[in-house]
Write a protein that binds this ligand. Structure first.
Ligand code: PEP
Length: 252
């Protein structure tokens, strides 16, 4: 298995222009020697250009936190895939739990975004994950499988390799409650088996599956040591240079 691990920072709706640039500069200085792990940061839309400038010449890639599926036109407040490419984005987070559960995004909407992102040359970080009540009702496999299947509908095997799946149990996001290594590995393995069924085993083995949910420097190494965990999508801890660098240092 030779998947390169991938750690992405989701800055959510935090920071301002100056502090976003400072964080990016701090990461560039701290991570200059990192080649073993792919790294990306996903600032809020208004700071993409300034952060992209601060990252220029470094190995840290730029990502966005969402996008809309239409090409252009009368979609007030939305941002297109082409705009994200234009401003230097490589990645785009799609289907984050805060968009599913706070904004109300459906699997169908997320799928439309996925197809458009891939067609536009962006690499999706496609989030899935169950609510606490769903885990307690032993519906995790059913919920996550449905999200994976519907989110990737119409995506070819060749294009699926461009997608990073991020398994983020909703009860672990921003709560300080991290899934146990066993809980995380179990779902990651299930997702990979599902991808093998949907596509083929070579595609499933090539696809990266990140874990997300209260990852920090102190718990990253044990999660990232798991066979089917290929990196992390990090919220809160990605806002601090040392914490984020500590997570990256924990990658295998
Ligand atoms: C996230 O935003 O995807 C996330 C996992 O947040 P946190 O690390 O803060 O739990």
């Amino acid at each position: 298995m030779s998947r390169k691990q991938f750690v992405a920072g989701n800055w959510k709706m935090n920071l301002n222009n100056a502090s976003a640039v400072k964080l990016a500069e701090g990461l560039v200085a701290k991570l200059a020697g990192n080649a073993k792990v792919d790294v990306a940061v996903c600032p809020p839309f208004p700071y993409l250009a300034a952060v992209g400038k601060a990252l220029a010449g470094s190995k840290i890639a730029l990502g966005a936190q969402d996008m809309f599926y239409e090409e252009d036109g009368a979609y007030t407040g939305e941002v297109s895939a082409a705009m994200l490419k234009d401003v230097g984005c490589t990645y785009v987070i799609l289907g984050h739990s805060e968009r599913r559960h706070v904004i109300g995004e459906t699997d169908e909407l997320i799928n439309r975004k996925q197809l458009k992102a891939i067609a536009a040359g962006l690499l999706p970080i496609f989030c899935v994950g169950e609510l606490l009540a769903e885990r307690q009702a032993e519906e995790t496999t059913e919920v996550v499988s449905r999200q994976v299947r519907l989110g990737l509908e119409g995506v070819s095997a060749a294009d699926a390799r461009k997608v990073t799946v991020a398994y983020e149990p909703v009860w672990a996001i921003g709560t300080g409650v991290v899934a146990t290594v066993q809980q995380a590995q179990e779902v990651h393995k299930m997702i990979r088996q599902l991808l093998a069924e949907m596509y083929d085993s070579a595609t499933a083995q090539a696809m990266r599956i990140q874990y997300g949910g209260s990852v920090k420097a102190s718990n990253a190494a044990e999660l990232l040591a798991c066979e089917d965990i290929d990196g992390a999508l990090v919220g809160g801890a990605s806002l601090k240079v040392d914490e984020f660098a500590g997570i990256i240092a924990g990658a295998r």
